[in-house]
Design a protein around this ligand. Sequence first.
Ligand code: ZN
Length: 367
Amino acid sequence: MANAQLQVTFIDNERGGQSLVYRDYRFQVKNRRNDRVYWRCATRTCPATIRTLNNIPIGFNLVHNHPPNPAKLEVTKVLQHIKKRCRAETTPVPAIYKQEIAKLRTPKWNDDTQRMVEQLPTFPSQKSSLYRQREDLIPHLPTSLLNIDLQDEWTQTTAAERFLLINDGTFDKILVFATDSNLQHLANNDNNTIYADGLVTNYKGEPDIHRLIRRAAVLPLVPTAEVEDVWFHALEELENSDSTANTTPFTDYVTTYWVEANRQLWNHYQTEGPRTTNHLEGWHSGLKKMIQVPHPNIYTLLNYLKEEQAFNEITFIQYHAGGVRPTKRRKYTQLNQRLQQLKDQLQNGDITVFQFADTASYLLHLD
Ligand SMILES: [Zn+2]
């Protein structure tokens, strides 16, 4: 039995379990009863064991039948860390592998690192195992919109708050994500941010649909009193077009939630300065990057949205505490000058509100 306590450490293994490490030997759980764990050496034929109570060693047999392999232990640590990141993050799997491997190349590099790296499995040999880590966390993919059935964590933020706000329609589903406090910020309009969520629609190759989406997206920039006119004008033109696409769920959604609901909550015509297009731009470019992943699916998208929500939530707290904000970028300054010119032209009666809306919609880089 132990008099002096063994200095053991623990490393994560797959499926949320742990391994125990003592003096370059790794031990795995053999038995567990409440807080008592019986560990045996990871080398199968070795008789070495350790018993712990609440992770504190209370007994052991440390006679191994083999020398320690510190390099192999380090390999296990690196691989487990990579797998843990694959389970926890939305970063592409190859990027995680690359980042963690590159971290090993430091001024501390020595013969031990060299030996460890020689034993480290390459990406092609780990690829399927790493992708499996991620797939295990993702439910079976729905085969149609009808089968989308979001449950538990997929309806919540990373902080387990309600995130799925609207789940509407059957064959043409519309999902809207927002937290109560996000809606509150939007309603208070205290940082003049407009989140153009919900515009994720494939409208390429259909000019009429393309124009419809643009006209919906530009509504926040149209004078509040004219939003209705601009939108119903867009709907009229859509009816006269040849498009056969079923746009009703989308147009109904815009009409109900944007046009007929409290327009002043999200309208930005009065907003001066770079914030107006800045946030829309940032949102769209982020979404675009995300959609370019090789195999986007609804859960990849949701993970991205959740990450985005968590980041924005924390950024908001940082800004409120006086944290440094990004400087206005030239591009946005120019965009806003252009928008201001359009507003002037509209106020002087040089252009109609419809011309204003269509021209302004091209300031939003939607495609
Ligand atoms: Zn052993």
